[in-house]
Design a protein. Structure first.
Length: 269
């Protein structure tokens, strides 16, 4: 069976090497140190601590498994819709397999005030500094593609740049690696990284393994308000939703429904 994750990681090594040649890490660090305000202010955690429920809405145009998901909106247009309809944070892809790019991330950064998660496959510390230079407030650290030592090292590097990290897990082994770090935010991905199929049951099965004061985010496979409610009632702090929003007939309404899970007021009113 085709291993999509392995293909993405192999290509990512080439992308990072090309980026290093174009702008060495020393130059990125120099730019970050040039003036005040270049480092982040942990905007994700500040925002999430003020809410009982958080929707991370994803600006996503394409999936490696399903192809083009949305042909009617740009990532910036999606970002405006999400921001206007209750999302707590935005996730913006910069990987070409999802039609993402650094330029599209910059455009979203200029267009909205919400905290931004740079959605990518981090395999090198270079990408962490690059993310902050782009204006990211948080990064995704995928336990499956990092050694336990790298995961912990990259988490501390992320924090040193004033950014939050969402540590992504897919199974018990990943969860063990995540829990061996002081990560505050753990994202349980419901997507099988080999087949790219999704099932929110993965979150429900992994939740009991969580120890300590962690905030859990369920990622992928959330398509309905009912899905979101199940996850909220199970103990999740929020959800990261891409396809469930970008393929909706009414993206604005679907965003409101997902963002207001747990509230007494009807989002559809």
């Amino acid at each position: 069976m085709k291993d999509i994750l392995a293909e993405i990681v192999a290509k990512k090594k080439e992308i990072v090497n090309d980026a290093r040649r174009e702008m060495p890490l020393t130059e990125i660090k120099a730019r970050l140190n040039e003036g005040k305000g270049q480092f982040g202010h942990f905007r994700m955690s500040h925002s999430f601590r003020q809410r009982d429920w958080n929707l991370i809405a994803e600006c996503k145009l394409q999936s490696p498994a399903k192809g083009r998901l949305n042909k009617t909106h740009s990532v910036v247009e999606m970002a405006h819709i999400y921001e206007a309809n209750g999302a707590a944070m935005l996730s913006v892809h910069t990987d070409p397999h999802f039609l993402g790019s650094n330029e599209s991330f910059r455009e979203v950064r200029q267009a909205v005030e919400l905290p931004l998660l740079r959605k990518d496959f981090v395999i090198d510390e270079y990408q962490l500094y690059e993310a902050r230079l782009l204006g990211a407030d948080a990064v995704l650290l995928i336990a499956r593609i990092l050694s336990p030592a790298q995961l912990k090292e990259y988490l501390y590097t992320t924090w040193s740049l004033g950014m939050d990290a969402l540590v992504e897990v897919h199974d018990e082994e990943d969860m063990e690696a995540a829990l061996s770090t002081p990560a505050e935010y753990i994202g349980i991905n419901n997507r099988n990284l080999v087949t790219f199929e999704t099932d929110i049951q993965n979150t429900l099965e992994l939740l009991p393994y969580v120890t300590g004061e962690r905030s859990l985010i369920s990622e992928s496979g959330v398509f309905t308000q009912e899905d979101a409610e199940i996850l909220q009632q199970a103990g999740c702090k929020g959800i990261l939703v891409g396809e469930g929003l970008v393929r909706a007939n009414d993206i604005a309404r679907q965003t409101r429904l997902m963002a207001k899970v747990g509230e007494k007021a009807e989002a559809s009113a």
